[in-house]
Design a protein around this ligand. Structure first.
Ligand SMILES: CC(=O)N[C@@H](CCC[C@H](N)C(=O)O)C(=O)O
Length: 370
């Protein structure tokens, strides 16, 4: 049987995008099918998998979620087990998330615990979102967990650290795609054109005024434009431009306010620059809201554990479709320290693998105790 280290390195080499995690699903199924089968039920779903491990004497069912997709980033870690899929990388730690889930699964199959555990190997966390449709599957009603748990790696904390808080942990998110169209033309005749490069540049600056002048400074929101494309060559004034980004807010109400203001700004830009603008909000994630009692119970467990450091952290503007699971089932998410100088979504992210056995042992002990 493969070690967890080998598994992590295998998975690291085959990152795949949302709902295209075919090799990843095959790898996970192959491993899970190699475990003693009498205690396990396996139900593949799209490119993900539900796995139920029956407990010895169950009084409840614990749900454990691991996301499985990678990101469109060209890896620059220089690691010997770097991504073999060009332009794709596990730069958000989902290779760790899957490996830890397999570690817990193996442990509780070999040393059964009292309660049932249902694993959600979930596709497409980075987009378009696998958690919400996964929760709508009939099997979730049949195997419905009483408690839901999930983790995310945190490069900024040392190995051995768990950081979380009751209540809001992660933001509401919405993708943002803006397409601008207006008359282009010869670079030497700007007065005959509308120039979508100039309009897009102006719009980006206006978008930031929503954050600085429309959102209450004691609330908080983020608008990030991560990608901008426009034009064809250097001496043609662009007829089209496209902005791709994301909006983050601490409440659903703030998300509505930001979008309302955005709509007004876009109308203004259309009129003042004589162009047309289409906006598409892509996928939206509901906030991650940790249930008070379950989170406090977990935090007390971590605090009392030798070798573990608990941090009660602030909420973050990251998004997670795990929020949809916590909307239906009480539970919590937490950060797991992996100590990397490069952060999430960075081409040089290199999490410390010592966090894997630490997490597996902590979580199987917790599942035995909770
Ligand atoms: C933990 C994490 O990094 N999650 C992603 C979720 C992305 C949601 C969606 N594609 C968006 O950009 O709004 C994040 O970027 O926070």
């Amino acid at each position: 049987m493969k070690s967890l280290l080998d598994i992590r390195r295998d998975l690291h080499q085959i990152p795949e995008f949302g709902f295209k995690e075919f090799k990843t699903q095959r790898y996970l199924l192959h491993y899970i099918n190699s475990l003693p089968s009498e205690k396990i039920e396996i139900v593949p779903w799209e490119t993900g998998i539900f796995v139920k491990v029956h407990g010895k004497n169950p009084s409840k069912t614990i749900g454990y979620r691991a996301d499985i997709d990678g990101l469109p980033i060209t890896e620059q870690t220089g690691l010997p087990f770097f991504s073999k899929h060009e332009g794709a990388m596990h730069a958000c730690g989902h290779d760790f998330h899957m490996t830890i889930a397999l570690g817990i699964l193996t442990d509780i199959v070999n040393n059964p615990i009292n309660d049932n555990v249902v694993f959600f190997f979930q596709p497409a966390e980075e987009g378009p979102g696998g958690a919400e449709p996964m929760m709508q599957e009939k099997i979730v009603e049949k195997w419905k967990p009483d408690l839901m748990m999930g983790l995310h790696i945190a490069p900024e904390y040392p190995v051995g650290t768990i950081a979380t808080k009751p209540g809001l942990l992660f933001a509401n998110t919405s993708e943002l795609f803006i397409h601008l169209t207006g008359k282009g033309g010869h670079a030497a005749y700007p007065h005959h054109t509308k120039d979508m490069v100039v309009v897009a540049a102006n719009l980006i600056t206006q978008l930031q005024t929503i954050i600085s002048r429309n959102v209450d400074p004691l609330d908080s929101a983020v608008i990030t434009i991560g990608k901008m494309t426009a034009g064809t060559v250097q001496n043609i004034i662009a007829e089209e431009a496209r902005l791709e980004g994301t909006i983050r807010t601490l409440s659903v109400e703030s998300m509505h306010k930001v979008k309302n203001r955005l709509t007004t700004l876009l109308k203004g830009v259309e009129i003042s620059y004589d162009c047309s603008i289409d906006v598409d909000y892509g996928c939206m994630y509901y906030e991650v809201n940790n249930e008070e009692n379950a989170t406090r119970q977990f935090m007390d467990f971590v605090e009392a554990r030798e070798g573990a450091t608990l941090i009660e952290c602030k909420e973050a503007m990251t998004g997670e479709d795990f929020g949809y699971m916590l909307k239906d089932i009480p539970g919590f998410m937490f950060w797991l320290g992996v100590d990397s100088p490069f952060g999430l979504h960075h081409a040089k992210l290199n999490p410390n693998e010592e966090a894997i056995p630490f997490a597996v042992s902590l979580l199987t002990d917790y599942m035995r105790r909770v």
